[in-house]
Design a binder for this molecule. Structure first.
Ligand code: ASP
Ligand code: MG
Length: 424
């Protein structure tokens, strides 16, 4: 077999959220993976990552984390018991040990630890658990597979919670080990995780499993990457917020990357570049109706795709004004940008006026406090939280009317193709 037949399947939290979902996943692998060489990337089960964030935060603040910890454990055991009704297997033992390690890690946390570094060590358990269960379950279904620790392959720096990939090293490691395994059997590995040279775990950013899958796709020169989701394909809006969504049958890498940048939660923003660089098509497909057409993302052009509506919640609008009624200068802007970059606060939208400069960013209380600390001597700083950033890509009058109804706008911006506003 040649390596050009390798496919990457990525299954997110929803596709392993309960025993039924695991069964469905195995069926997809059986029917659609066929005899192909397949590498499976899996996220943490359901909302486990959110739950681990809570436990980690409690442990860090020296609060009682026992209840939240037990809840995560019970959730995993419930799924396990349904998938493997006969207890006492190797898997129960492995899981018990993993939960013990997690508990130890939590107990050892102190408020003096680097929060973001500790976060990666703790939150990564979600994927370690889900991939272990999946590995055993597929074996049980006679889908022979090897469990691969992605932390040994995706090598990163120590930018905790948003690690940067060392591409050359990662590619070398993946290329040297995985193709021979893939010729023999399936590979099951974790999304979201990476590792540093000195053996610590890193994460690639929330929802980063798509990116993990793209890294494997790139390094293995895959024939295609497939994201299995609970929607029919790539939609022009989140069905949670909009009725009458449309599914794009085919869309370009460029359009997709822009949608992801503006905050469409369909695909992690970093996913597209590695795929586009090697012209690897990305298929977004439904795990509910796997025979559906889904969306093909590739190097295609369309004159004007249907308008896309993108909503980013939990936004914060921060405005900086100079204290002495002089104008905002380029030097002031330099100071603000430097501080933002130092605190790793990303700008989603920005605007300047004569005496002030405003940025809309994701709300992160700790980072915002540090930013204010750094800049409050130089600027008067005001901010609003709990805001929403709306983006309409490829807008027209009708689509704008649709989103603007009953909105109080705090800031707006428009280019020829894109309309954005921040509202309460
Ligand atoms: N489990 C991680 C998260 O929820 C990564 C992912 O799902 O892609 O953010
Ligand atoms: Mg997820």
């Amino acid at each position: 077999m040649s390596t050009d037949r390798i496919r990457i399947y990525k299954f997110g939290g929803a596709s392993v959220k309960n025993a039924g979902a695991f069964r469905n996943l195995a069926e997809i692998v059986k029917v659609h993976g066929g005899k192909r060489q397949l590498l499976i990337v899996v996220s943490a089960m359901g909302k486990t990552t959110n739950a681990l964030e809570v436990v980690m935060d409690q442990a860090y603040k020296q609060q009682d984390f026992e209840a939240a910890f037990q809840q995560i454990k019970a959730y995993h055991y419930e799924v396990l018991q349904e998938l493997f009704p006969a207890p006492g297997s190797l898997l129960y033992h492995r899981l018990e040990k993993t939960f013990m390690l997690l508990h130890d890690d939590l107990q050892q946390l102190t408020p003096t630890a680097d929060y973001d570094q500790a976060y990666d060590q703790v939150v990564s358990y979600g994927e370690l658990l889900s991939s272990t269960i999946l590995h055993h379950y597929l074996l049980d279904q006679e889908l022979f597979n090897t469990w691969v620790d992605s932390r040994k392959y995706i090598q990163t720096d120590g930018t905790w919670r948003e690690a940067k990939v060392d591409w050359l090293l990662t590619e070398r490691l993946i290329k040297s080990d995985l193709p021979p395994i893939l010729e023999e059997q399936l590979v099951v590995t974790q999304g979201f995780l990476g590792g540093t040279g000195n053996g610590l775990t890193t994460t690639l950013g929330r929802e980063g499993s798509d990116f993990s899958a793209a890294i494997f796709a790139f390094c293995l020169d895959a024939a295609g990457m497939y994201i299995w989701k609970d929607v029919e394909g790539l939609l022009n809006a989140d069905p949670k917020y909009f009725k009458d969504t449309v599914c794009y049958p085919e869309i370009s890498y460029q359009e997709t990357v822009e949608m992801a940048y503006y905050g469409a939660s369909v695909i992690h923003p970093k996913t597209i570049k590695p795929l586009a660089n090697k012209q690897i098509p990305l298929f977004v497909k439904s795990f509910i109706i796997p025979t559906g057409k889904g969306t093909k993302i590739c190097d295609c052009r369309f004159d004007k795709p249907a308008p896309a509506y993108i909503i980013k919640e939990n936004q914060c609008l921060v405005s900086f004004s100079v204290k002495d009624f002089t104008f905002i200068s380029e030097k002031n802007l330099g100071t603000i940008f430097n501080a933002l970059s130092e605190q790793r606060i990303k700008i989603n939208l920005m605007q300047n006026s004569a005496i002030s400069f405003s940025v809309c960013t994701d709300f992160n209380e700790q980072r915002l406090n540090r930013l204010i600390q750094a800049l409050h001597d130089t600027f008067v700083i005001h901010y609003n939280t709990a805001l929403t950033l709306f983006t309409v890509k490829n807008y027209d009058t009708e689509s704008l009317n649709r989103v603007l109804e009953n909105k109080e706008i705090l800031l707006e911006q428009r280019t020829r193709t894109t309309y954005q506003f921040v509202s309460r």
